[in-house]
Design a protein around this ligand. Structure first.
Ligand SMILES: Cc1cc2nc3c(=O)[nH]c(=O)nc-3n(C[C@H](O)[C@H](O)[C@H](O)COP(=O)(O)OP(=O)(O)OC[C@H]3O[C@@H](n4cnc5c(N)ncnc54)[C@H](O)[C@@H]3O)c2cc1C
Length: 338
């Protein structure tokens, strides 16, 4: 397709992944990535980066959700086997999920089909960690470490010719009329930019520690998880609805530390590195759709791709591909739609 001008708003995992997919599809297009926060100024920086989808209604229909999950899985799986894997922070990882009350907590209906290994735990494994575990599952999946991916993807976008602009967009009208289409990947920013009350924050906090002897992930009750990345282990976590605080809470940290050490006692010897806090942009379903705005008499074409909640790393590639399809559609539609 031709010489279009496209603006992508947002430089989290969703905006960056969408930018790279757009550049693949529209090689001659001029693409600008505009965001007020980069790298550690995004929610994506706080993510552990594990590929999994449990529970929430991410898409309008099960079929759409399945397509996003499968497209995403194969994208990350290909990257894991590429020369870029280490620089981009993508690897395969296996581990355990345990539950003491709810057997559905240990199930991921998509990974049951996609993972190479996905089995119930044995009685010995159930007794491996302190706790009254009744249910458990051992499986493999993929991990994308945001500490690496966000840098890798931004550098790739730059070397692909994408222009980068640091700016807060207060309203779509700020962007004038120079773009053929605007792709909105602002995460929680969509709440203000689109007056969209369906997207709201679920605050999360994690601790990064050094514990190189841990190579499996572990999940327990009460949002407790231990996830080995490339350069550190992520200990989590919490889910606090409608909390906007980006401050580190020492109470959350103490609770996370205690829960993780109860699950894996050797973590008492881990060396603390840092805290990370992020506001998950929760929305049911994710907003992935076209919108035509009329601003001061001039038409504006927008493709929204935000509201990934606790699954932005997991679903960024699948939703990016879907966004590219919508961009194609709006670019060929006649301006009479506007
Ligand atoms: C503790 C924690 C652990 C997590 N673990 C996982 C996990 O293991 N797996 C997983 O898949 N997901 C996980 N998540 C969820 C994941 O982090 C999010 O779903 C993901 O980061 C959302 O990405 P995003 O690009 O949509 O948003 P963000 O990363 O928040 O990026 C939004 C971008 O938009 C920009 N922006 C917003 N408003 C404006 C504006 N008005 N003008 C200009 N720019 C704007 C921001 O500056 C930023 O660049 C976790 C989240 C947390 C908090």
């Amino acid at each position: 397709m031709g010489d279009f001008k496209i603006a992508v708003l947002g430089a989290g995992v969703v905006g960056l992944t969408t930018t790279l997919e757009l550049k693949k599809e529209f090689r001659n297009a001029s693409i600008e990535l505009i965001a007020d926060g980069f790298y550690d100024g995004t929610t994506s920086f706080a993510a552990a980066g594990l590929f999994h989808v449990i529970g929430d209604k991410v898409a309008e229909t099960e079929d759409i959700a399945k397509k996003w999950v499968y497209d995403s899985y194969f994208h990350w799986d290909n990257m894991k086997s590429s020369v870029e894997a280490s620089a981009a922070g993508v690897k395969k990882i296996s581990g355990y999920i345990f539950a003491s009350e709810d057997p559905t907590y240990v199930r991921d209906i998509h990974l049951e089909k996609l993972s190479h290994i996905h089995r119930p735990v044995t009685d010995e494994e159930l007794a491996m960690c302190p706790g009254k575990w009744k249910y458990g599952c051992y499986f493999d999946t993929l991990l994308t470490d945001p500490s690496r991916y966000l840098n890798w993807a931004l550098n790739k976008a730059k070397s692909d010719g994408v222009k980068i602009q640091q700016k807060k967009v207060k309203a779509f009208s700020d962007l004038g009329n120079e773009y053929n289409v605007i792709v909105n990947c602002t995460g929680l920013g969509g709440r203000v930019l689109c007056c969209d009350r369906k997207v709201f924050p679920i605050r999360g906090q994690v601790a990064k520690v050094e514990a190189p002897w841990i190579d499996n992930f572990m999940f327990g009750d009460f949002e407790t998880y231990i996830i080995p990345g490339f350069d550190s282990i992520t200990l989590g976590g919490c889910r606090q609805y409608m909390s906007y605080s980006r401050e580190v809470s020492k109470y959350d940290y103490l609770s996370i530390k205690e829960r993780c050490e109860n699950l894996v006692p050797s973590l008492k010897n881990a060396k603390f590195i840092s805290h990370r806090v992020g506001l998950r942009p929760h929305r049911e379903p994710i907003r992935l759709e076209k919108e035509y705005l009329n601003i001061e008499g001039k038409g504006m074409k927008i493709v929204h791709n935000y509201g990934h909640g606790g699954y932005g790393v997991t679903l960024a590639p699948g939703t990016a591909l879907n966004a590219v399809e919508l961009v194609k559609e709006v670019l060929i539609e006649k301006s009479s739609k506007l």
